[in-house]
Design a protein around this ligand. Sequence first.
Ligand code: HEM
Length: 158
Amino acid sequence: MAFRNYGDGDATHQALGGVDEIRRLVELFYEEMDTLPEAATIRALHPSDLEVSIDKLARFLSGWTGGPRLYAEKYGPIRIPVFHQHLPVGEEERDAWLLCMERALDRMGYPDDLKAYMLRELFVPAERIRMRVEERKRARQGAAASGLAIETASGEER
Ligand code: HEM
């Protein structure tokens, strides 16, 4: 195959090995979350049975890496920061999530440049989640201070 940059069409999806390998990656990701002490807090936010969580994240990452949009096909549209905005996600939780992904990527034996690319790209939505949670906390504090009603704005664009 001629050289393609990750992020060019479905290059990342192909480099990861397609749908089945992405599913394997996500299984390893949740295995890490299930066992790493650093991830205990975020593990506890998930249901005890991780089967559906695995299916959802594997499908999401298929489309997110330029492959078939399997999440949207089964579950409809999703905005990642809005979806997570009710969760307690700060820097620690963000980093724990990324650590699970780093270890899963390692275990898959992917080349270093692909691992680095994935982690750099995944930092973006992970950080957006953290910022969104932080903004909402600030808005709530501001509203409480001024005695205003709290706006939930769950369908807000972002
Ligand atoms: C920043 C740290 C993150 C934490 C703490 C976190 C935590 C969670 C939790 C607790 C759930 C709910 C699981 C369930 O009830 O089944 C979830 C679902 C999900 N997360 Fe995250 N997440 C994080 C980052 C991300 C990122 C960066 C992505 C995408 C690149 C992502 C994609 C998803 C998807 C696709 C779902 C399933 C949505 C659904 O239920 O339809 N998450 N996450």
